[in-house]
Design a protein around this ligand. Structure first.
Ligand code: DLL
Length: 433
């Protein structure tokens, strides 16, 4: 078994927990002193930093949510002055105010370290040629993997996403051995490769590190067969650090969460209660080394379960099961986070559109398709076809510019979308992942 840093990855549990507690205490003191939003929340429940004396005491601290980041947009939750912040990223949510995250120089170093650890776990090394097809930019995927690949000493090809035929040409010409991108893009690459008459046997690809969206074991099998590689799941979120929060090892029985930097809990998404080990629930993460943007009990909304038994690979860090889905309504389409509320706010700005709509997500071939069904007013519906077509085109344009992805709009008859007495269902996800 190859490790990036055996000492840290295989640290005995007792020692690991001591380290976590020391780092947790430091973090809580720091946020209380430097982030007014945290101080306010802690004061409200009457908790002071000196009340945190064991890992169990973590449960006394209030949760942090995406809303807290929005309320303090853009830099209000930062625990360092901007002069100490060397990088800013934001969550892939695409409309309204994004969630902004910041990094100190040390945060960037730790992130690169975690990504080097993750790539090593998936079998990469300094001889690897890593084609990084995660998007570069505000999204954490591109630069996160990039810095990790460089730290590892591998040769990184920063292709970013898209331009699929060229990606394949480079893969052939440069002898790419490791592919990093979303799992759906990996499948799409395989499909285009087939269309181009290129067999994976002609390539040097050995493994892939795929994440940023949920994917099943079936999807893994598809990718592994089609590309003839070993496919690994990588998990992360901008608010915590980006990709590299957790990574699979060759045993592939869950993703190891880097517990020397993060503390994981599972809660009941309804009640907020901490659940016993092994229960399915919402993953909550506390960062214990982040400087610029420490997160205390951040509610990820991702559903999974934890397993603290020592893995066959020798790593002691807790394993999270592959993410099942999200506890809220967010859908991830081609790696982009889409909330029904974003669609709603765009629709309701357009005259003639009723506040009744439905997102239907499907997968055609290997590409995610978002269809937005929109009810139009009686008046418009009985109008001439040309008017309807114009409205459809306007909605498509507005939605596409707000969401940053292509959308298929279907105008439907008044009252044809199911009404609900409780929470309405805004999303039908037909993807069989
Ligand atoms: O997606 C970071 C990332 C980049 C992870 C590249 C892995 C690879 P965000 O854009 O902030 O960050 O989106 C975070 O994506 O809360 C999950 O819902 C989902 N997600 C990320 N990785 C996985 C995964 C990046 N392996 C949100 N399985 C998270 C399932 C994932 N869902």
């Amino acid at each position: 078994m190859t490790y990036w840093d055996r000492e840290k990855e295989c640290m005995p549990r007792e020692e690991l927990e001591k380290l976590q507690l020391r780092r947790l205490k430091e973090t809580v003191y720091r946020v209380y002193a430097f982030v007014p939003a945290y101080k306010e929340k802690m004061d409200q429940v009457g908790i002071k930093p000196y009340d945190i004396n064991s890992l169990d005491d973590l449960q006394k601290l209030p949760f942090t949510t995406k809303q807290d980041l929005r309320d303090n947009y853009p830099f209000g939750m930062f625990a360092l002055p901007m002069s100490e912040v060397v990088r800013v990223h934001s969550s892939s949510g695409t409309t309204g105010k994004p969630t902004v995250v910041g990094y100190s120089r040390r945060d960037i170093d730790i992130w690169a370290e975690l990504m080097a650890r993750a790539l090593t776990s998936a079998g990469a090394n300094r001889h690897s040629i890593i084609q990084n097809s995660y998007g570069y930019g505000l999204f954490t995927g591109g630069l996160g993997v990039h810095y990790g690949a460089e730290k590892l000493g591998a040769s990184v090809i920063p292709t970013s996403g898209g331009n699929t035929k060229r990606q394949i040409m480079l893969m052939q010409d440069f002898g790419t051995t490791v592919l990093t991108c979303t799992p759906s893009y990996a499948l799409y690459l395989a499909e285009v490769m087939e269309e181009m008459g290129i067999s994976p046997a002609e390539l040097k690809l050995q493994c892939g590190v795929f994440g940023a969206e949920p994917w099943s074991e079936n999807m893994r099998r598809e990718i592994e067969n089609k590309l003839r590689i070993d496919a690994y799941d990588i998990y992360g979120l901008s608010e915590i650090i980006g990709p590299g929060v957790a990574i699979e090892c060759p045993v592939k029985q869950g993703l190891h969460i880097a517990e020397d930097h993060f503390i994981a809990e599972i809660i009941d998404p309804e009640t907020g209660e901490t659940l016993p080990e092994g229960s399915m629930g919402e993953l909550v993460i506390t960062t214990i080394t982040k400087e610029a943007l420490p997160m205390i009990r951040y509610r990820t909304r991702d559903l999974t379960k934890l397993d603290r038994s020592v893995c066959e690979c020798g790593r002691t860090h807790v394993r999270m099961q592959k993410v099942l889905g999200r506890s809220d309504d967010m859908v991830i389409i081609r790696g982009v986070n889409v909330f029904p509320s974003m669609v709603e706010s765009v629709l309701l700005d357009i005259p003639g559109v009723e506040p009744h709509y439905l997102l239907v997500v499907d997968r055609k071939g290997n590409l995610d398709i978002l269809e937005v069904r929109v009810e139009v007013s009686e008046k418009i519906f009985s109008d001439e076809v040309r008017k309807l077509e114009e409205l459809g085109a306007t909605i498509t344009k507005e939605l596409e510019s707000a969401l940053g992805i292509s959308v298929k709009v279907r105008l439907v008859e008044p009252k044809s979308i199911e009404r609900s007495e409780g929470k309405s269902k805004r999303v039908i996800d037909r993807r069989k992942i």
